[in-house]
Write a protein that binds this ligand. Structure first.
Ligand code: NAD
Ligand code: DAU
Length: 356
């Protein structure tokens, strides 16, 4: 029996990872550790919350004593670490929170695992600390050089407080392998999309705004490029790498699916219009160009050939199918959306966007 802590399991990607592990591995014990910040939402896990192999623990990853005690209590032999502050715009306004959670929180998880595993007779044998990171640590690629992609050996060059904090946490994870021999793995993934994403991120935000015919704030000229992967494909990759990945390795995860923001926004508008029975494209006039994000990275694009060659992973969904499923999910789950966007969050959103 494996006992695995998944941090950040009430968030967007974490909830898909928790769901996959709880359903696929009834013989494992899955402990979801989440502080339930504004981005954590237990409604994301309603369908599995009563499963016998699942436990939720509300805790801050920075709280070393609680995490260490939990490792002892649950005899934890694996950690899949997703908990983080994840939104670039928030990091620009409040970098301290990002340093605290993403850097100190990761260090606290590493140190708790290290100290606990070192008390065991088998020590690190059969143990694994898997850190989920982002392609943003590599900085930005040029628009006019489509042949350039981020590989596992691309130099770290983070630009935003968010990516700087993630880069720092990646370094700590590797340092724990190199210094103490901890069995760590790091993966760096591109932009995810799909159900349960917090609606401050481009795709769910715009789906909801189109539905309510609110302006769509496109940063700059909408020319920035992102590489989009359906979240369930990321969760499948995490499952594969957790079980089959080589210790101390880095794997890049992405679907070779680059889109200019303005083009993906048009696809989203057309899809929402069609599924709502409106004339396709009738909401194009909601597009509103606003002040660019400070330090806005121009282009991200992942080379995931290592993951394919070494472990056989490939995305399972074509983008057209993924975006259709995603838009349909948000339209069918308006109550989930309303529970988030009403009240406090609405005030925050208005203040973020009113001065753009
Ligand atoms: P999210 O913001 O949706 O969820 C983050 C979760 O972490 C929330 O449930 C939140 O409550 C929890 N959390 C935050 N601070 C915490 C703390 N101090 N203690 C315990 N829990 C805390 O994030 P996401 O988009 O699901 O991203 C998950 C991970 O994947 C992050 O590490 C992120 O950097 C990485 N990542 C995200 C993407 C993407 O496109 N969303 C792409 C690549 C990598
Ligand atoms: O690349 C992986 C990263 O992808 C993850 O590490 C981050 O956690 C995740 O938030 C995401 O970062 P981005 O900044 O790329 O995602 P976001 O959805 O915020 O923005 C996507 C693009 O759309 C980006 O170029 C900024 C632009 N944008 C975003 C918002 C919210 C707009 O033009 N308008 C908006 O209102």
């Amino acid at each position: 029996m494996k006992s695995i802590i998944i941090t950040g399991g009430a968030g967007f990607i974490g909830s898909h990872v928790v769901r996959l592990f709880v359903n696929k591995y009834p013989e494992y014990r899955i402990i979801n550790v989440d502080k339930l910040t504004y981005a954590g939402n237990l409604a994301n896990l309603k369908d599995i919350e009563d499963k016998p192999n699942y436990r939720f623990v509300k805790a801050d990853i920075c709280d070393f004593d609680t995490i260490y005690a939990l490792m002892q209590e649950e005899h934890v032999d694996g950690v899949i670490h997703l908990a983080a502050e994840s939104h670039v715009d928030r990091s620009i306004k409040d970098p301290f929170t990002f340093a605290r959670t993403n850097v100190m929180g990761t260090l606290s998880m590493l140190q708790a695992a290290k100290l606990y595993w070192e008390t065991l007779p088998e020590k690190y044998e059969g143990k694994r600390f898997y850190h989920i990171s982002t392609d943003e640590v590599y900085g930005a690629l040029r628009l006019d050089h489509p042949e350039e992609l981020f590989t596992e050996t691309t130099k770290y060059q983070p630009h935003s407080p968010y990516s700087a904090s993630k880069a720092s946490s990646d370094h700590f994870v590797r340092a724990f392998h190199d210094t103490y021999g901890m069995p760590t793995i790091v993966t760096n993934c591109s932009n995810n999309y799909g159900p349960y994403q917090f609606p401050e991120k481009l795709i769910p935000l715009f789906i909801n705004n189109i539905r309510h015919r609110k302006p769509l704030p496109v940063y700059g000229k909408g020319e920035n490029v992102r590489d989009w992967l359906f979240v369930e494909d990321h969760a499948r990759a995490i499952d594969l790498i957790f079980h089959k990945g080589k210790v101390a390795e880095t794997y890049n995860i992405g679907g070779f699916n680059e889109w200019k923001n303005i083009d993906i926004i048009k696809v989203v508008i057309n899809t929402v219009d069609r599924l709502l029975g409106r004339k396709e494209g009738e909401d194009m006039d909601l597009i509103t160009f606003v002040t660019d994000r400070a330090g806005h990275d121009l282009r991200y694009a992942i080379d995931s050939r290592k993951l394919k060659t070494e472990l056989g992973w490939e995305p399972s969904l074509q983008f057209e199918e993924g975006i259709e499923r995603t838009v349909r999910w948000y339209l069918d789950n308006q109550e989930w959306m309303d529970n988030i966007t009403s009240g406090e969050y609405e005030k925050y959103y208005e203040s973020m966007y009113s001065n753009r």
